[in-house]
Design a protein around this ligand. Structure first.
Ligand code: AP5
Ligand code: MG
Length: 224
């Protein structure tokens, strides 16, 4: 059954890290609204120019911009195998838009909430490096790429994200708690929210996510 895995959790919870592992394992399309917006900014597109000031301030980009990016993206052929939504939805209005998209195609939704204390994610984001070419993230503890200052796939110099400053991290975290966290209740009420401890080794987090996804997909196929 066509499946959408919705990755939720605060900034730095590991949504992107786990979404990439899921992409490599399941072959589902990895849809990261943050990565798409950063690419648009880098390419100085109209969308990018509109999104820039919001991202730099740690604020949510207006719905109509993000919704249209996602609607366009889910029409691409690589989405036929399944979807991994990383950073979308981030508020109730976006969740309702996504619900319409998923219902139209009878797509099974599984929401994974990565749970992690604020102090751990502040520490992670403060020491995160990113490849501006492939958008992969690195941290001192987790990767050898960081030691050379280069992405080990693209050999491009790693950078810090503009929104990974102390002040902007605080703003993003505040918005997460105010706007995005209420979605936990929304998905919980639908019986499709699964919380996973994000404060363990990435491989362990991934193992837990894989198990949940397999279990839910098996259940859905039996119920068909
Ligand atoms: P976005 O890019 O989505 O940022 P975010 O939600 O703040 O999340 P991050 O990407 O910072 O963290 P992550 O959970 O992906 O963690 P990661 O895997 O990198 O959005 C950026 C901005 O775009 C928003 O502020 C907004 O302006 C705009 N935007 C995006 N979507 C939008 C939407 N739908 N609506 C409106 N605006 C939108 O991991 C973090 C670090 O920890 C890395 O260094 C990693 O190597 C390390 N790490 C990962 N897992 C582990 C682990 N298990 N143990 C130790 N370290 C780990
Ligand atoms: Mg991310």
């Amino acid at each position: 059954m066509k499946t959408a895995i919705i990755m939720m959790g605060p900034p730095g919870a590991g949504k992107g890290t786990q979404a990439r592992l899921l992409f490599e394992t399941l072959g589902f399309a990895h849809i990261s609204t943050g990565d798409m917006l950063r690419t648009a900014i880098k390419n100085e597109t109209e969308d990018g120019n509109r999104a820039k000031s919001f991202i730099e301030a740690g604020l949510l980009v207006p719905d109509e911009l993000v919704d249209s990016i996602v609607k366009e993206r889910v029409r691409q052929p690589d989405c036929d195998r399944g979807l991994i939504l990383d950073g979308y939805p981030r508020k109730l209005s976006q969740a309702e838009t996504l619900q319409e998209i998923l219902e139209q195609d009878d797509i099974l939704a599984i929401t994974i909430g990565l749970n992690i204390p604020d102090e751990v994610l502040i520490d992670r984001l403060g020491s995160r490096w990113m490849c501006p070419n492939c958008n992969r993230t690195f941290s001192k503890e987790l990767s050898s790429g960081i030691l050379k200052g280069l992405c080990d796939k693209c050999s491009v110099h790693l950078i810090h994200r503009v929104d990974d400053t102390e002040e902007v991290i605080a703003a993003r975290l505040k918005i997460y708690h105010e706007e995005t966290e209420p979605l936990v209740r929304y998905y919980h009420a639908q019986g499709i929210y699964i919380q996973i401890d994000g404060d363990q080794l990435p491989a362990k987090v991934f193992y837990a996510i894989r198990n949940v996804v397999e279990e839910r997909r098996n259940l859905a196929s039996v119920g068909k």
